[in-house]
Design a protein around this ligand. Structure first.
Ligand SMILES: Nc1ncnc2c1ncn2[C@@H]1O[C@H](COP(=O)(O)OP(=O)(O)OP(=O)(O)O)[C@@H](O)[C@H]1O
Length: 188
């Protein structure tokens, strides 16, 4: 049975970093899925923007991020699973070998979790909430930005009570943390 790990957490708490470290350990029977990818590619198509610039961390990213959030909220209000479904379909279509573990590295909303649970069931899905102290996030480059840090996409999960695991990612290159995660997520 395939296992799906849903990673959430505030900006710069290390969602991508931890997803990549886990993926490295789980080798090619695992795959990272990002819900933001179909959002970015559809938005870029819509605006005929340069996708590679949009996907990188360059100046494009913040400028278009706000508008993209508004547009993607509209899409979600009609169909909350739209981007989750698109991201999973893309992952499955572009995989030529069996996948045992899917790591979704950018879960941001209660409805994202709801969609995965409805689609795959609680046996297959585990939620992992990463936390980091504010000073640590700042040291990693986070700066409070109005319109990004105070909107639904960043705050919707703040009051979610049902994460399977809540784990701190405050230390630098913490190998024990990776072992601990493999343990609690039963991925060993
Ligand atoms: N435990 C860690 N040890 C060393 N570096 C880390 C650790 N966790 C995160 N980082 C670094 O901190 C930075 C932010 O991490 P990352 O991009 O994974 O955060 P994120 O939660 O995905 O952020 P965003 O929501 O903004 O995309 C990256 O440069 C990453 O390499």
């Amino acid at each position: 049975m395939m296992k799906i790990i849903l990673i959430s957490g505030k900006r710069k708490c290390g969602k991508d970093y931890i997803a990549e470290r886990l993926q490295k350990r789980l080798t090619n029977c695992s795959r990272i899925v990002r819900i933001s990818e179909p959002i970015k590619s559809e938005w870029a198509r819509k605006l005929q923007l340069d996708l590679s610039a949009l996907l990188s961390d360059g100046p494009y990213k913040e400028k278009y991020r706000r508008d993209m959030i508004v547009w993607s909220d509209e899409v979600r209000s009609r169909d909350y699973g739209y981007f989750c479904r698109a991201a999973m379909a893309e992952a499955m279509e572009t995989t030529d070998h069996p996948i045992s573990y899917i790591i979704v590295s950018d879960i941001r909303r209660k409805n994202d979790i709801k969609w995965f649970l409805e689609q795959y069931g609680p046996q297959m899905v585990q939620t992992l909430r990463l936390t980091s102290r504010i000073e640590v996030r700042k040291a990693r480059g986070w700066k409070f930005t109005q319109g990004i840090d105070d909107v639904t996409s960043e705050c919707d999960l703040d009051d979610y009570q049902s994460f399977d695991h809540v784990v701190a990612n405050d230390l630098q290159e913490d190998q024990q943390l990776i072992e601990h995660l493999l343990d609690i997520l039963q991925l060993k």
